[in-house]
Design a protein around this ligand. Structure first.
Ligand SMILES: Nc1ncnc2c1ncn2[C@@H]1O[C@H](COP(=O)(O)OP(=O)(O)O)[C@@H](O)[C@H]1O
Ligand SMILES: [Mg+2]
Length: 257
């Protein structure tokens, strides 16, 4: 059963990763990430989710195997892939406008143009009016939105998001999850999302890849059949949502001692 009606933009082929010192993090991972969908990597802490995301980003080299983007092997970061870090990674001395436009600044886009683009994505993530504030003047949830706006501003086709909501409170997190559904529907991008929350994965994902604990292997791929054309809160009450949460829990439970 597959929803891959569009060609995969990212292909991970037979990736293994052994860290210096001998920690075997990933053991032969092969995955295709379809265009325009949100795929979540879900698994217990330490199972290698961040390792896999960094290899896709080109920030880390695999021990063997390869990553293809649009059919071409990649081994370093590129403008078609943007990484949203767990800890925001904002520049404290720069305004929100400059932080959001930073990727464009690195790419040599002139100031007027990058400020126009940055302002547009600041609006997209609901931070209109905060352009000239500094990161310390914003809450954790707002800083995370800045990180997301920065990733959207470079117009990468692939967004790599490592537990982007883990540092925010539960209410903010739920709001973010709703926003993610809107973003995925609106921006025709490929989202590769990491979380250890089953509920979050089922809520936001078109496809969920369950990773076995270290050395990580793909243990199951689940496509929740959830109707998204209802109000966001109603999604959490759908039988399909509740079934998917329960099924994934039963699968993950098998990995526990
Ligand atoms: N730089 C490193 N050197 C050695 N071991 C590492 C390094 N980074 C991660 N690991 C180990 O690799 C495994 C997978 O880590 P990670 O990818 O961060 O897992 P996750 O993101 O799923 O929590 C863990 O056992 C971790 O301790
Ligand atoms: Mg991690």
């Amino acid at each position: 059963m597959t929803i891959q009606n569009s060609p995969p933009i990212v292909q991970v082929q037979n990736i293994k990763k052994v860290y210096p010192g001998g920690v075997e993090a990933l053991n032969d991972i092969s995955l295709d990430f379809p265009t325009g969908k949100l795929t979540t990597l879900l698994g217990p802490s330490g199972c290698g989710k961040t390792t896999l995301l960094k290899i896709i980003a080109g920030l880390l080299q695999p021990s063997s195997g390869r990553v293809l983007v649009d059919g071409k092997p990649v081994s370093e970061p590129g403008p078609e892939r943007a990484f949203v870090f767990q800890d925001f990674a904002l520049m404290p001395w720069a305004t929100i406008l400059r932080n959001v436009g930073f990727g464009l600044e690195l790419a040599g886009v002139d100031r007027a143009k990058r400020e126009e683009i940055a302002a547009k994505y600041i609006n997209t993530v609901g931070l209109k009016g905060f352009e000239l504030k500094y990161p310390h003047e914003l809450s954790g949830g707002m800083r995370q939105r800045v990180g997301l706006a920065r990733a959207l501003a470079v117009n990468a086709k692939v967004l790599l998001m490592d537990e982007p909501f883990s540092a925010v409170d539960e209410q903010t997190r739920r709001k973010f999850q709703e926003d993610m559904l809107e973003l995925v529907a609106k921006e025709n991008k490929t989202f590769i999302f990491v979380t250890h929350s089953i509920e979050e994965a089922v809520y936001v994902s078109d496809r969920i890849v369950l990773l076995h604990r270290r050395p990580s292997r793909v243990s199951e791929i689940i496509e929740p059949k959830i109707s998204r054309n209802v109000d966001p809160e109603a999604i959490r009450r759908q039988p399909e949502y509740l079934d998917a949460v329960e099924n994934i829990w039963q699968s993950l439970k098998k990995f526990l001692d």
